[in-house]
Design a protein around this ligand. Structure first.
Ligand SMILES: C[C@H](N)C(=O)N[C@@H](Cc1c[nH]cn1)C(=O)O
Ligand SMILES: [Zn+2]
Ligand SMILES: [Zn+2]
Length: 476
């Protein structure tokens, strides 16, 4: 019999404004993990979350992780470990999320201040972190509060692990998960992560795979300081010119990775797997809507989905130290650092990819015959993850989606990365489910990131409903 959730749903609807207010407070804390200057705000956001949870009666610990690797002057932000309920008669679900966000500046092209939650007349709630991942993290907090307000018993024991470095490769968290697997996480029966997105705007999904990410810096230096290009142009090897050649050697315009040996690491596509793509509710128009253009690499949905989920990709992100302002400064930058990443898929191992990338860059640079110095290095890495969706954790989530949204969810993989997903699976030995709240048009990591009010409110219902179905599901 389906759990009786009408009271819970009505309470969530009644509390919607206060839940939006909680998100507004969270978005106002610019917890950008990649920005050293914002480290205090990342800590503040962790403390905000801890206070919200304590107020609701959860037991909360702030775990320090020590210094940030390669940046020893910086303390890593704390991991929030929390427990709500400890009944031996209930199942225990471990949820993970992150309270840090990607960088955001108004001048990047935001229509509104990125750290002021701005709700438009269509219920689109704009703000950095709204969908990635403050909305979903607060979804768990809100689900606890709505149960209390509704006078309903919470259906499971909830363990929570919220980190503040996910957008910077989850520095330090792997070790904590491994250490706590037999301690704080020992009662967990399954794991749930809400930190990805639907494929489109209408149909919810459950996600059973993620790509990994090897993130690189290539530092090229030569002159002792920036130079006047009129005085020194034509007399010295220029770091930026070298870097453009190196970056240009990595990938072609059709998205093919040009590093020798990379494609040999990719697991071959089977006929069985190929057949999965046609039934997924996704159209080329979904892609164009998310892109805001028609500049897709492929003209059909199957190949597009494969490009996102099951083949690697290489993206060039930026150049530190290069002239980037408006105007026409005639400078030769003395030192430039190119940033690029490779999204990895089965069976690409971090170390194997790394060896090929470094060998390729060193070879390309050597062939330039430049007297500058080139230093490529792996900045951070996370492994890909693919799980089995044939588990009661997924069955319960599927029923919850049908109850809340009235439709069976698609089973999807995700092109992005959540580095600790595999660690949770391996360290706890439990099934991991990704249960997204936001949609394909949310523009995570981009300008004008948003979460639709409907996805937030129904998402809070969904997280709560999932826990009820989990409580009812027979162990398989
Ligand atoms: C999918 C998740 N919400 C996310 O955005 N993950 C980041 C994590 C990351 C950062 N560096 C490497 N991985 C992403 O996929 O970019
Ligand atoms: Zn993100
Ligand atoms: Zn995220």
């Amino acid at each position: 019999m389906a759990p009786q959730l009408d009271n819970y749903f009505a309470t969530v609807d009644n509390m919607a404004e206060s839940f939006i207010d909680r998100l507004r407070k969270a978005v106002a804390i610019p917890s950008v993990s990649a920005d050293e200057e914002r480290r205090g705000d990342v800590v503040k956001m962790g403390e905000f979350l801890a206070t919200e949870l304590r107020t609701l009666g959860a037991e909360v610990e702030l775990r320090e992780l020590g210094k940030q690797p390669h940046k020893e002057h910086l303390d890593l932000p704390p991991v929030i470990l929390a427990r709500y309920g400890s009944s031996p008669d209930k199942r225990t679900i471990l949820v993970y999320g992150h309270y840090d966000v990607q960088p955001a500046l108004k001048e990047d092209g935001w229509a509104t201040d990125p750290f002021t939650l701005t709700v438009d007349d269509k219920g689109r709630m704009y703000g950095r972190g709204s969908t990635d991942d403050k909305g979903p993290v607060l979804g768990w907090v809100n689900a606890i509060e709505a149960h209390q307000k509704a006078g309903m018993e919470f259906p499971v024991n909830l363990l929570m692990c919220f980190e503040g470095m996910e957008e910077y490769g989850s520095e330090g968290l792997d070790d904590l998960i491994v250490e706590e697997a037999p301690k704080f996480f020992k009662d967990a029966d399954a794991v749930c992560i809400s930190d990805n997105y639907w494929l489109g705007t209408e149909k919810p999904c459950l996600t059973y795979g993620l790509r990994g990410c090897n993130y690189y810096s290539v530092e090229i230096s030569g002159p002792a300081q920036d130079l006047h290009s009129g005085v020194f142009g034509g007399t010295a090897h220029e770091p930026m010119t070298d870097l453009v050649k190196v970056l240009g050697s990595l990938v072609d315009v059709d998205g093919n990775i040009a590093i020798p040996g990379i494609s040999d690491l990719v697991a071959p596509l089977t006929d069985e797997e190929k057949a999965l793509y046609k039934d997924i509710a996704f159209t080329m128009d979904n892609l164009y809507e998310s892109l805001g253009s028609k500049t897709g690499l492929f003209d059909n949905k199957e190949r597009t989905l494969m490009g996102r989920w099951r083949f690697p990709s290489l993206s060039v992100h930026g150049v530190e130290g290069a002239f980037s302002a408006g105007g026409a400064k005639t400078v030769i930058p003395a030192k430039v650092t190119g940033k690029f990443s490779i999204r990895t898929v089965p069976n690409m191992e971090i170390e194997a990819v790394d060896a090929l990338v470094l060998a390729h860059i060193n070879k390309v640079f050597a062939a330039l015959g430049s007297k500058n110095t080139c230093k490529p290095y792996l900045q951070h890495a996370g492994k890909w993850w693919v799980a089995s969706p044939s588990h009661w954790n997924f069955t319960a989530a599927g029923k919850a989606v049908e109850h809340v949204w009235g439709v069976k969810p698609d089973l999807t993989r995700e092109g992005g990365s959540i580095p600790v997903t595999l660690t949770f699976e391996q360290a706890t030995g439990k099934n991991v489910l990704l249960l997204p709240m936001g949609s394909s048009t949310d523009a995570a990591h981009s300008v004008n990131e948003k979460l639709d009010r409907k996805n937030y409110v129904e998402g809070i219902k969904l997280l709560g409903a999932y826990l009820h179905y989990v409580a009812d599901e027979p162990m398989s």
